[in-house]
Write a protein that binds this ligand. Structure first.
Ligand SMILES: NC(=O)c1ccc[n+]([C@@H]2O[C@H](COP(=O)([O-])OP(=O)(O)OC[C@H]3O[C@@H](n4cnc5c(N)ncnc54)[C@H](OP(=O)(O)O)[C@@H]3O)[C@@H](O)[C@H]2O)c1
Length: 217
């Protein structure tokens, strides 16, 4: 029964972007036994991720048909509109995972977003998709192994649709991480602030983007 439940929980994941987070999330998704496609604007970048991760990751070019039930936008906040221009219609009905920390990196200042957060803004642009905020507080390098100091990473998950959140939580847990339901999509505002704070603490703590935010009890 456990194996059957586990199989039922596996999903087909498309990751748009081929950078550090795409690699980290793909690594955890593969570890969980999911099917992963990585799509890049530069197909060679996607091929390189697929080659490095092995395990049957499929590489493709942004623009080709999406087949994932769950689509992760692993591009900078400023690039999301470009992705939507190419994919808007195809994102309808799918779970779209927003991992962005909206920051002006030239001044390291958080961007003020009228909707409250990048994820809420995305949800207004994709009314027919189920937008979930996740992975914005986990640094890319820590996702490669999924743990820091022997402790599984916590991944905070926020969204309106309970089934969509459950699917993202299953992806997280199958990859050996702990999913924490952070509530409705409006909580993305606090999660994005937490993601910013975690980045801001790297220099004073000297942790080199290898730390994790974890709730312990
Ligand atoms: N790095 C972290 O530890 C971390 C942690 C939490 C959340 N995040 C968030 O994760 C997201 C990705 O960050 P990252 O660190 O993975 O960035 P990254 O390593 O710089 O990779 C960014 C990816 O986005 C692609 N891209 C950029 N502009 C694009 C456009 N206009 N159209 C299509 N693709 C475009 C890049 O393609 P090219 O390779 O062709 O340039 C690259 O594949 C960001 O929103 C960030 O805030 C990052």
């Amino acid at each position: 029964v456990y194996e059957q439940n586990r199989k039922d929980a596996l999903v087909n994941i498309s990751i748009i972007g081929t950078g550090r987070m795409a690699r980290g999330i793909a690594a955890r998704a593969l570890a969980g036994g999911n099917t992963v496609t990585v799509l890049g604007r530069n197909e060679a970048g996607a091929a390189s991720v697929a080659h490095d991760l092995g395990g049957g990751v499929r590489a493709g070019a942004i623009g080709e048909a999406l087949d994932g039930d769950l689509v992760v936008l692993a591009v900078p906040y400023a690039a999301v509109d470009d992705v939507l221009d190419g994919y808007g219609g195809q994102l309808s009905g799918r779970i779209v995972v927003d991992i962005a920390n909206p920051v002006d990196f030239s001044t390291f200042t958080p961007l003020q977003i009228e909707a409250g957060s990048a994820a809420q803004e995305l949800a207004t642009k994709l009314p027919a998709s189920r937008v979930v905020k996740a992975f914005n507080t986990t640094f890319a390098a820590t996702l490669n192994h999924g743990e820091v100091a022997g402790q599984p990473l916590d991944v905070f998950v926020a969204g309106e649709d309970e089934d969509a959140k459950r699917s993202v939580a299953q992806l997280v847990e199958a990859g050996g991480l702990r999913a924490i339901d952070a509530g409705p999509l409006a909580r993305a505002r606090e999660l994005e602030a937490l993601g910013y704070l975690h980045m801001a603490l790297q220099q004073p703590l000297g942790t080199g983007f290898a730390s994790a935010i974890k709730v312990i009890a």
